[in-house]
Design a protein around this ligand. Sequence first.
Ligand SMILES: Cc1cc2nc3c(=O)[nH]c(=O)nc-3n(C[C@H](O)[C@H](O)[C@H](O)COP(=O)(O)OP(=O)(O)OC[C@H]3O[C@@H](n4cnc5c(N)ncnc54)[C@H](O)[C@@H]3O)c2cc1C
Length: 525
Amino acid sequence: MLKFDVLIIGSGLAGMTLALHLAEHRKVALVTKRDLLEGSSTYAQGGIAAVLDTGDSVEAHIQDTLVAGAGLCNEETTRFIVEHSKEAIDWLIELGVPFTKDETHKTGYHLTREGGHSHRRIIHAADATGAAVTSTLGQKIKAHPNITLLEDHIAIDLITSKKLGQPGNRCFGAYVLDKQADEVVTVAAGHTILASGGAGKVYLYTTNPDTATGDGIAMGWRAGCRVSNMEFIQFHPTCLYHPHTKSFLITEAVRGEGGILRLPDGTRFMPAHDARAELAPRDVVARAIDFEMKRHGLDCVYLDISYKPASFIQEHFPNIYAHCLELGIDITKEPIPVVPAVHFTCGGLVTDLSGHTDVDGLYAVGEVACTGLHGANRLASNSLLECMVIGRAAASEILHTQPVELPTIPSWDDSRVTDPDEEVVISHNWDELRRAMWDYVGIVRTNKRLERALNRIKLLSEEINEYYSNFHVSNDLIELRNLVQTAELIVRSALLRKESRGLHYSRDYPDMLAEARDTTLSPGA
Ligand SMILES: Cc1cc2nc3c(=O)[nH]c(=O)nc-3n(C[C@H](O)[C@H](O)[C@H](O)COP(=O)(O)OP(=O)(O)OC[C@H]3O[C@@H](n4cnc5c(N)ncnc54)[C@H](O)[C@@H]3O)c2cc1C
């Protein structure tokens, strides 16, 4: 058994922030299922929203967030996070993150503007902000003597007093599969943090990396935590559709520069959906594409910028041009095949402003959590900010509590399981689940489709749980079990929302109700 003061599950910006704030005073284990830098944080392109410019204001940033969230943001949380935004960016600058500079600007940094923001307030490192942040913080993590980094270790389940048959419900760490050694280790800790990211992989198409399988949401739920607003899944309208690439975004700037969305026969369809045509907001464009794909039974639609001069395209979109060309698509001559793809999980484990969940000693920070900041629709570039502000608050709370005495924890018992005989069950169910979620729980929902999805999820869930009880755990099995659990929570939440609000659009309830309410599910109920 390994013992630490704090166990952090996940090494994205949330996990790294916590590790660095805690490590001066506590022994920390940072467990991550692939390598240190693999996670959504590293792939973030745009930047981080913060009130840095004197012409901007905390009130304006709060207001923009509330408007995007369609009446469902928690105002106290939003204020707390926005008020601490400058402090969070100052910390990153102190650590040496190379944000893009602009000597002509009062702040010394270049601030960009994104959809939904009323001011220029996105600080960035060119178009690869996430990578600049995680590589800088990653170096500090690797050099810190109080941080034990366990890469290629996947957390399976949390250890709680309830599961140990003791009174109350306190978390004491987790069982973790060491993937290299293929053995389960017990990692015991007085405080445990789920910083495991979102759940984009529940769907067939996603901009998220393979790590985003909802593990933390499912582990937290099994341990006794409530989840909230799981039905709000944000889609990016244009992700490249090609069998040999995944998670490649086609930036909105292509539409901004005149890109036209067409059906396979060349028909332009956006003007029939919205007067702003291709320049309508993200969710409107995503909904229109989804509608056309379902109506015509298409695998993708096409984004066409080829009518512009080749030199213009190459100059404005060098990365997209090069990437598509590698795949045999010359975007100066032909349209780009695109599909909407899941981008962000707005809901998650219910937490307070210090990241505390319903289970004692258990925190959730980052995309895994639902603090109330994102409401029914996330404002662009607010998520990295949330990781840092709540991460710091959680660290501060942990540092103010006494170290916890750990009980005796039994080792992982795999005496009654055998080696899997039919791994095809895993790959088949994985594909079936993600396809069902895509087809039935996508951008436009109906009661009938959601019920179809729930029926399939129940069957898959039974089969997967039976498999889990009989065979040795593997990375794919752990992820699949969590995916199916998270999918069920999304569908059950969507069925409970009898209106269309923010990212949840139902054909059966196209109107928005007067009162905005969170959808909250409790494990016992
Ligand atoms: C392509 C893309 C672009 C984006 N651009 C922006 C942007 O410009 N600005 C912005 O604010 N947001 C952006 N976002 C969203 C933002 O990147 C994420 O919301 C944020 O990075 C989440 O951080 P996190 O630390 O919660 O999770 P992640 O960064 O996803 O990290 C999760 C970590 O948990 C690990 N993990 C998961 N399960 C387990 C397990 N069972 N055991 C052990 N480890 C586990 C993973 O391996 C990973 O290390 C973007 C997202 C994507 C995908």
